[in-house]
Design a protein around this ligand. Structure first.
Ligand SMILES: N[C@@H](CCC(=O)N[C@@H](CS)C(=O)NCC(=O)O)C(=O)O
Length: 224
């Protein structure tokens, strides 16, 4: 158990903040929740910019130290509280987990986020249905490495949940959620039946939904 207090600054629905909430919950670490509202520009206040000059969540404040960048925060938590490891126990596991984290960050996330999730959330997807269909096809393709990994093991880096699963989960849940919107179906993006296209990925999502800490980290505004 922590001997110091952790404060987490987050915004509901931020996939990056969601990662850290999942890591805290999975490790069973208590924290003081500082929910921010981007519509009110809370993350642009001088107090918050002092914690993160980029004005982005998540930020984890521990005593006088503020840490930002979701993967760095998870690495910090893992080194500080290693009882439930997220970056493996051996060098080999550690390397494999980082490989998976980087595969997601470098070859998968932006395609999902920039080309599909944001246009659908911001309402400008309809301006270019052809482009959206091409992006959706590329996204399914870009998820191929995950489908492959998850057809030989239950989690992205092997037999147990790791930072790789926690890093990938929020963006994949967002992709699934926006894929169910009526505009996505009208444009025939083919994202509404991710489960039949990527069955191992869909089975992993169901497994991840039962992980310790999942419920507490679920974006509150998605419940309403
Ligand atoms: N690379 C950063 C990304 C953080 C990020 O982009 N946060 C977004 C929320 S999803 C944010 O705070 N945006 C508010 C803004 O830029 O005004 C991380 O992994 O923590």
């Amino acid at each position: 158990m922590p001997t110091v207090e952790h404060e987490l600054f987050w915004i509901s629905g931020s996939p990056y903040a969601w990662r850290v909430q999942l890591a805290l919950g999975y490790k069973d670490l208590p924290y003081v929740s500082r929910r921010m509202d981007s519509a009110r520009q809370d993350n642009r206040s001088p107090e918050f910019l002092e914690l993160n000059p980029r004005g982005k969540v998540p930020v984890l404040k521990t005593g006088e130290t503020a840490l930002y960048e979701s993967v760095a925060i998870i690495a910090f938590l893992d080194r500080t509280y290693p009882a439930v490891p997220l970056f493996g126990r051996t060098g080999e596991e550690h390397g494999r987990i980082w490989q998976r984290v980087n595969e997601f960050e470098n070859y998968t996330r932006d395609l999902l986020d920039v080309e599909i999730i944001r246009p659908l959330l911001r309402g400008h997807a309809k301006d270019d249905p052809e482009g959206m269909r091409a992006s959706a096809a590329r996204a399914i393709d870009a998820l191929g490495w995950m489908e492959q990994a998850l057809s030989v093991a239950p989690y992205l880096a092997g037999e147990v949940i790791s930072a790789a699963d926690i890093v990938a989960l929020p963006n994949i849940q967002m992709l699934r959620r926006v894929g169910l919107r009526s505009e996505a179906a009208e444009m025939a993006l083919g994202l509404e039946d991710l489960g039949s296209r990527l069955p191992a990925l869909a089975a992993w999502l169901s497994r991840m939904e039962t992980m310790r800490g999942y419920e507490a980290a679920y974006p509150p505004h998605w419940r309403s």
